[in-house]
Structure formats: C-alpha cells, structure tokens
Write a protein that binds this ligand. Sequence first.
Ligand code: SF4
Length: 426
Amino acid sequence: MEINRKLAILADAAKYDASCASSGTSKRDSVGGRGIGSTEGSGICHSYAPDGRCISLLKILLTNYCAYDCLYCVNRVSSNVARARFTVEEVVQLTLDFYRRNCIEGLFLSSGIIQSADYTMEQVVEVARVLREVHDFRGYIHLKTIPEASPELLARAGRYADRLSINVELPTVEGLHALAPEKDGQAIRRSMARLRIHIDDAKEAAKPLAPRAQTAVRPRRAAAPVFAPAGQSTQMIVGADATSDRSILTASASLYGAYRLRRVYYSAFSPIPDASRALPLAAPPLVREHRLYQADWLMRFYGFAHDEIVSADNGMLALDIDPKLAWALAHREHFPVDLNRAAKEMLLRVPGLGVKSVEKLLQARRIRTLRIDDVSRLHVPLKTILPFISVPGVGARNGLDDAALAARLKPAPRQASLFDAEPVHA
Ligand code: SF4
C-alpha cells in the first residue's frame, strides 16, 4: 500500500485518542509551491512540552489492526474499516521527513494490539529507539503503552519517550468489563504504578546532591537516567456508559493521587459505524467534556476536592454554568471573601479569579489596601466577581443573597461552535 494511503488511514484512526491534547492545525496550502512546510493534511496535533510550549506532533497509529474488540473503538477487530500497518522504518522516515520540513516537533505513536501485547510494544519502542539512537532525534516523543506488555518493555519505552500514556478508557471497572472485556483493569493500574516508580526514581536521581554531602572536592555524580521526563497521562471516554461526572472525577482523583499522572484527558464518546447496541446512539454534549476539564482544573490548581465539585443531586456537572461558579452559588455562606485578608485558598474559590490574578492580588495587598480599582486592573470579569468579594468601595453582600443571582451570572445562550469553547473560568 502506498505510504500516503497508510498515513491517511492511520492518522485518521489515531484521532480518537485525546491523550496527547490533540487539536487542529491551521492549514497552509502548498499548492503551486514545492511542498515544504505544508501542514495541511492528516495527523498533526498539538501538545504541551514540559516547559509549557505548545508543540505540534505527528499523531499516528503503527497499525489499526487490533485483536481486541472494545465496543467503543473504531479499530476493534469486528469493525469494518480499511486497515493498514506501518513498518518501523516507515514511521521513522515519516517522522524525520515531517520534522525536517518543520511541520512537527515530535511524534505521538499509538497502536492497535497485534499478535501480542509484547510484540506490539516492541515495535512501538523500536520506533523510538531508532529515532533516538540511530538518528539522534531530539524532538518530543509520546508513546502510548500497552498495559499488558512486560515491565522490561515499559521500562525501555520510558528511556526513549518524553511522555508515556496508558489509557484507562472507562472510569469504572464495571464499565471496562462491559465495553472492553479483553482489557484488564488491574494490569492497567499495575503498569501505571510501575511507570510511576521509574519516573520517581529518575527524578530522585536527577536531584542535586544535598549541601552536607558536598566536600571541598565535589564528587561527580553519574548522569541521571532519563525516564519519561514529561510524566504519564491517561484518557477516559465520557458518555459511552452511564457513569456520572461524580464517578469520573472520583476515578481521576484516585489516578492523580496513586500514580501522579500529569494529566487525565476526557474524550467525549463519538458514535462509530456499526456500533454495538450497548452503546448510546448519540454523543454526549461536547460541553460535558469541557465541564469535566474545568472540574479537573479545579482539582489540580484550585484546591478543590473531587467530591465537592459535583452537587449531590444527580452526580452530574451543570452544563450551563462552570463548576467553580456553580460551587460558589451553592455555598454562599463562604462569601463574600475579603480580598485584603482572606487566605489564598479562599481567594482561589472566588469565581472569576484565576491563579495568576490571585498571585497578583496577594503581592499587591502586601504593599497597600486593595480597592475595587485594583481588581478592575486585573482584567477579570467584574460582574461575576463582585457579588463574592468585599473590598472598600463595594457594598457588603453585593447581590449575594439575590435569588436571581445564578440567572444573572449565567452566560447568555449562543450558537455553539466546536472551536470557541469558553475559557476556563478560574
Ligand atoms: S485495544 Fe485499543 S485499539 Fe484495540 S480495540 Fe481496544 S481500544 Fe481499540
């Protein structure tokens, strides 16, 4: 099969995997030119490097053949889709070609499971090895690991990759049994635990020697072994079964806590051709995925516990209002927050105040008493913030007890679009 055809099939098959934070790329049409630098076409996604840069990755599968029959997956063995398989050399060559043309800064490689978990993992690791050892490739590499692969192969993967990910796929063990019966939830968690140990060991080895261990003649320390410096991540499919947002966030909290994952990605289930009757007919609203990301953000950066974000009634996040504002409206007894005296933890709970604005407020209030003008200068949404704060110049409980407050603060309805999701309300 011609390589471009393989690329079309295997890049398309990889698009369902959200765990590299994929997004589109702006098209640059090279028609009439010599093709250098064109980013039109398949397989380029964006991800974030450890230093915060947004980088573009070639996102492909090694193969979309798969021996497993996960009901939600377009590549399952019973799926009637065109199949293709790259050789190791082809993936290496494609990566280098795209890289030299400055279309990508790295590779995101996943694969269906062929022959056995170990065989598949060996091929995936071999791509990374050849890139690093034969071609001295310095770009970013994100490998999707096969949880059932041997610990030695997982350990090798971490030597070449910047980031490793193992998809838990479904938030609950019951969901995994029902929709991906060949997947072993225990094996997934065992592999995550192994990766965590390797990552922790590598970080420990890279730490500078403690001052008291240093002598006049400083001992030279052997170079620390590198192991997946960008950590590990995972993906959960949302809306393929009836799992509530509360259970999803509980699963995420446990993954962050137990395996120190860098990210949990939430991917709204998308209906696939010839789908099983066990699956819903329609995708969940995309905004549900967005609300989960906002809730995840609150857990990681704002000090919220997973079980306080979702209200108890139906276990679902509100779709019409962001989770931080929803929490504040439901817990008005904690407000207004005195911007000049409140602890940082409470400032972070004020709807509309983000981590950076809180840092700026904390710095400014060391010098003088904050007034409402100082808040305005932060370019934060004053209409949202005002009911929840007290500063000189703002009346106490400024509309906080208004029964219509929620309605006043809800964003006005507007035509939804795939590409203009509202920013995370911090
Ligand atoms: S193992 Fe992965 S590629 Fe294979 S069917 Fe399941 S989700 Fe799809």
